[in-house]
Design a protein around this ligand. Structure first.
Ligand code: DQQ
Length: 584
């Protein structure tokens, strides 16, 4: 009960600051906007020198710690986003979890709703961890989530809206039968490794299925349960899938995608020859969200990945910072959308100082590439409604060793699309067969190491004197053994901040494109302390959190660069300043 009381007190405090804090930030910010950013300023860009790392169009609560997205859905035309929220401790993770809740009509502007899934029963007395929503056949949404009991056991709980006529579904009630799935001696599930139910899918045998993340020793498990009525759940005698030596599988996600590169989403219960299935796992060991593409045999209740599990070299949604992601089917636009937590790269002390931690990535549409071998991701088109003042760079050659400023945009709050063309391959370097780890290759050949073709790309969140910048770039090699080009995409964060305590890991990935025929496209969403970079029209994505000390707000700059020996051409580049979304 003590915990419940604390949360109530904290909640009251939180909502008081929601109302009073907003105005404070607005007043401070308006003094720090320079002239050329006037349009951004009038569109409510609340640049604040006190809080230079708060984002303008990425989802984040006003304060405190946030992690996993939970139960995203569209219901009666309103998008709902829930998230793991620690109502105490400023930016520290230490404390209980409840569900934060916001609603939206466009997935960009959000209205906060009251916290929910506060302790109601023994089955969630210590916390309400991650879960998903399923819309049942009578069009009633149901939350399945992991409750933490007073003994710190993980159990699965069920909750329904208290009042279905409330368009915002503000209150959720746990059913008295909770927990609806528990670790027992019989099922031999470890009570500390049993969490994060997926959205359930319904099969023609009249049963729902749901997957729960787990492990036995070092074997990761996607445990399968079935139920006719959504209340009584029985464990299926085999997991949907499991793999040795992968550790705990958190936040599993299992969903169908259309074959043949059709970019239309599919409802979660769809089966049949026109769909493949994706199994995504958040690996607790590495904090990577990896996925496999395969076939779901509904009769055997088994998932068979096409190329087997690949552990460290598995496909990833994102080769930077991106964890505990979750998709949902948006029936209003027939699309599958992907949401994710993007953790901080700053120290705990810095997080507590700024009073918050954790943002969510811009929602991405996901679909299966025509090759059937990987997913494609692209930011939802609604984000483009925030674009203003486009700056278009004419086609131009960038000679080796040059840096060009892209002027006239709010470089701390921008959306940039560009494409490179390769005209001169005479300098191309040989790709070595031993270079199997793209992240390692990117860190060995950072942004300042000159090569044949590359590094070329953008210097984002750069200070005027280039004391600080985060380089997003490509290097191109020729693999003579296989007669193909190899495209390496990197983010070098080593110069991202003069603050010595931030994590400055270099990220990297190989992009499967032919740069001669297809060109090399890049889209970068820059938002104060986050950079989301989409290479090869959404084939590979890298997200980074950076904390410049000089290149903040209107002091940030954007440059194109080429530190390679050979020239490259910018075939098109448009950079937009971005307005601030309403995420109060
Ligand atoms: N976060 C939740 C867990 C989940 C983890 C707790 C993943 O349910 O496994 O906040 O980030």
């Amino acid at each position: 009960m003590a915990l419940f009381y604390n949360i109530k007190v904290v909640t009251t405090f939180l909502f008081a600051s929601l109302f009073f804090g907003y105005g404070v930030i607005e007043l401070q910010a308006s003094h720090h906007v320079s002239n050329h950013l006037q349009d951004v300023a009038t569109s409510q860009s609340l640049f604040s020198d006190d809080q230079p790392y708060r984002t303008a169009y990425h989802f984040q609560p006003l304060k405190n710690w946030m992690n996993d997205p939970c139960g995203p859905m569209i219901y009666k035309g309103i998008y709902h986003l829930f998230y793991q929220y620690n109502p105490i401790g400023n930016g520290s993770p230490d404390g209980p979890r409840v569900w934060g809740h916001s609603t939206s009509l466009d997935l960009i502007n959000w209205t906060p709703q009251p916290l929910t899934l506060l302790p109601q029963l023994e089955a969630n007395m210590n916390s309400s961890w991650t879960g998903s929503i399923t819309i049942l056949q009578d069009y009633k949404p149901a939350i399945l989530f992991t409750g933490i009991t007073p003994k710190n056991e993980q159990v699965q709980d069920l909750a329904f809206p208290k009042d279905l006529s409330d368009p915002y579904l503000r209150e959720w009630i746990l059913v008295p039968q909770n927990p609806v799935m528990s670790p027992t001696q019989e099922n031999k599930i470890n009570a500390t490794s049993f969490r994060d139910p997926t959205t359930a899918w319904w099969l023609p045998d009249g049963n729902w299925r749901v997957v729960i993340g787990s492990k036995i020793e070092r074997r990761g498990l996607a445990l399968l349960f079935r139920s006719k009525d959504f209340i009584n759940w029985v464990q299926v005698d085999h997991p949907l899938y499991s793999y040795e030596l992968t550790g705990m599988w958190e936040c599993p996600d299992f969903f169908p995608v259309n074959v043949n590169g059709i970019p239309i989403g599919v409802e979660t219960s769809a089966i049949g020859p026109n769909v493949k299935h994706v199994l995504k796992l958040s690996l607790d060991d590495t904090k990577h969200d990896i996925y496999t593409i395969g076939t779901y045999d509904a009769f055997k209740d088994a998932y068979i990945p096409d190329v087997g599990f690949q552990n460290d070299s598995s496909l990833r949604y994102d080769y930077g910072k991106y964890y505990a992601s979750k998709t949902f089917y948006d029936s209003s636009k027939m699309q599958r959308l992907l949401l994710s937590w993007v953790n901080e790269s700053s120290s705990l002390a810095d997080d507590i100082k700024k009073g918050w931690s954790g943002i969510h990535a811009v929602p991405r549409r996901v679909w299966l590439d025509i090759s059937g071998k990987q997913l494609i991701q692209w930011p939802i088109p609604e984000i483009e409604s925030l674009r203003i003042n486009p700056v278009i760079l004419p086609i131009q050659l960038i000679k080796g060793g040059s840096v060009i400023e892209i002027p006239g945009i709010s470089a701390a709050q921008a959306d940039v699309e560009l494409s490179f063309g390769l005209r001169d391959l005479s300098n191309i370097e040989k790709f070595e067969a031993s270079w199997t780890n793209p992240q390692l290759l990117c860190s060995q050949k950072g942004a300042s190491v000159s090569g044949g073709l590359g590094p070329f790309g953008l210097l984002t969140l750069a200070s005027v004197g280039l004391e600080e910048y985060t380089a997003v770039f490509f290097r191109i090699f020729k693999d003579y053994d296989n007669d193909k080009f190899v495209v390496l995409m990197c983010i070098d964060q080593s110069r991202s901040s003069l603050n010595p305590t931030t994590d400055k890991t270099t990220y990297g990935t190989f992009v499967n494109v032919n740069p001669i025929y297809e060109g090399l496209s890049l889209r970068i969403l820059i938002d104060h302390s986050v950079i989301e970079s989409f290479g090869g029209k959404g084939k590979n994505v890298i997200t980074a959190r950076v904390y410049p000390t000089l290149a903040t707000n209107d002091k940030a700059r954007l440059y194109a660069f080429n530190y390679g020996r050979g020239s490259v051409q910018i075939t098109w580049l448009t950079a937009w300043s971005m307005k601030k979304a309403n995420i109060a």
